[in-house]
Design a protein around this ligand. Structure first.
Ligand code: NAD
Length: 477
């Protein structure tokens, strides 16, 4: 059922030329799923050559033709949803229901990119020079190097691919080595849909070596990365050397501010469900809960009840609602957060421990009495831990919510329309959900402020980040 693991260069699926491989592990069972080939420097050079060649012709393909390719890919994704979702659950751990939904939203992102690339309008500018016509046109920037993480093995790499292709760019994507099968299964569909060889290339290897080689090449004109802040800063420095466009999506630590005029039970249940999605390994996951002191006790009770009764296990089991962490680093990180919180005087209302000794499982965990200087209140947990603390007034909670150097998503719950508008303006984040956790969609820009990143994916903004504006002046027009 698992996907054969290969590199894709110039339309050919193959092993790496120097024979180096690494194991891919099922996080629920710790069994080896397959051997992933690494691309050698020669393989990467070949990928760069073919991406450059493919770009020269693809940039001239009109947007309607590009859209037809992406629409065919989306249809094939739906046709193969069950296979791709199973591969994803095997290698990443999330539940099958979540994996199927991710395949579907990846197909929808392709359809959005297909439609929107037809609307990358330029403009005619009334010229200040007599007898001259001035135009602004959008052109594809050039071959793209894309690097994606393991938490959304379909959406992260393939949204980057779809956007590049829609804009008229070729792409070399390096999906996460921990979850390669999903991207491979999806990239196969590009060939099936009729993509020219070299348009989409898929490589793997030691991440720092692959990114250094690709970003250092003059062929690459645009970098797109989703992952951690330290790596994002490293790639931005490398991009600076070649003055290359870069989009960075680096996670956050989303505050959830709950006022005392809401239906406490409903908001507690809804945010608990949002929190355990993908075992909390979501960059827009609700992660720091500030609940008005008059409802804090009731909120904690309902939230803890939901977490205590959550079926945790292998994501292939349809009864399971939360799978394992994607890798052992996350289990270690969860243990670190909980012991630091305990040392700061926190109360563990439920969970707090790893589950069993096979698979990377961690209990859904609720913490209270957590001071603002505990690590869990300052660093992105990227796991199923919810610290829930009380607040007293608006200005105080806004200062605490905005008090970190991140700003990807932020959430607030209130029945007051006036306060909802104030919150939308006052919360420092790229995406704000007011009485809603649904802040991401193919048609809206996705990205953060401060150290959460630079640039946007999705929406028209995502496509324009893969294009350059060109001014053309026609004399004698
Ligand atoms: P990491 O930054 O080491 O890895 C994240 C991804 O980046 C991986 O897929 C990795 O292969 C890739 N990567 C790492 N170094 C790279 C390099 N030099 N060049 C190119 N790609 C590189 O982080 P991790 O240990 O996997 O996770 C740790 C933290 O990263 C998490 O706690 C979370 O805060 C953050 N993270 C964020 C997202 C997100 O969606 N923004 C996704 C995954 C991880």
């Amino acid at each position: 059922m698992y996907e054969p693991l290969q590199l894709l260069v110039d339309g050919e699926w193959r092993q790496g030329s120097d024979g180096i491989t690494e194991e891919v592990i099922n996080p629920a069972t710790e069994k080896v799923l397959g051997q992933l080939p690494h691309a050698s420097l020669a393989d990467l050079d070949q990928a760069l050559d073919v991406a450059e060649r493919a770009f020269k012709s693809w940039r001239r393909v009109n947007p309607h033709e590009r859209a037809r390719l992406l629409t065919r890919v989306a249809a094939l994704m739906r046709e193969h949803n069950e296979h791709i979702a199973t591969v994803m659950t095997l290698e990443q751990g999330k539940t099958l229901a979540e994996a199927r939904a991710e395949v579907e939203i990846t197909a929808e992102s392709h359809e959005w990119a297909a439609e929107e690339c037809k609307r990358t309008y330029g403009r005619v500018v009334p010229a200040r020079y007599d007898g001259t016509k001035m135009l602004v046109e959008y052109e594809p920037v050039g071959p793209v190097a894309a690097f994606s993480p393991w938490n959304f093995p379909a959406l992260m790499p393939m949204r980057k691919v779809a956007t590049a292709v829609a804009a008229g760019c070729s792409v070399i994507v390096k999906p996460a080595e921990e979850t390669p099968g999903t991207a491979i299964a999806m990239a196969r569909l590009y060939a099936q849909a009729g993509a020219p060889p070299g348009l989409v290339n898929v490589v793997f290897g030691v991440p720092a070596e692959v990114s250094k080689h690709l970003i250092g090449s003059t062929v690459i004109r645009k970098i797109s990365f989703t992952g951690s802040i330290p790596v994002g800063k490293q790639l931005m420095r490398m991009a600076a050397d070649g003055i290359k466009k870069i989009t960075l999506e680096l996670g956050g630590h989303a505050p959830v501010v709950v006022f005392d005029d809401v239906d406490v039970t409903q908001v507690a249940k809804m945010t608990a469900a949002g929190k355990h999605r993908n075992a909390g390994q979501v960059c827009i996951s609700p992660t720091r809960f500030y609940v008005h002191k008059s409802i804090h006790g009731r909120f904690v009770e309902t939230f803890t009840e939901a977490f205590r009764n959550l079926p945790v296990g292998d994501g292939l089991d349809e009864k399971v609602k939360m799978g394992p962490m994607a890798n052992p680093r996350r289990v270690d990180a969860m243990e670190g957060f909980v012991s630091d919180a305990r040392a700061h005087g926190a109360t563990v209302k439920c969970g707090g421990e790893r589950i069993g000794n096979q698979g990377f499982f961690f209990q859904p965990t609720v913490l209270t009495d957590v001071p603002d200087d505990a690590r869990i209140m300052r660093e992105e947990p990227f796991g199923p831990i919810a610290p829930i603390v009380p607040f007293s007034d608006y200005d105080e909670v806004i200062a605490r919510a905005n008090g970190l150097p991140f700003g990807l998503a932020a959430y607030a719950f209130t029945a007051s329309e006036g306060r909802a508008r104030e919150l939308a303006a006052d919360l420092e984040a790229g995406m704000v959900g007011v009485n809603s956790l649904a802040v991401a969609s193919p048609e809206t820009p996705f990205g953060g402020v401060k150290e959460s990143g630079i640039g946007r994916e999705a929406g028209i903004e995502g496509i324009l980040e893969h294009m350059e504006a060109k001014t053309v002046s026609f004399a004698g027009a």
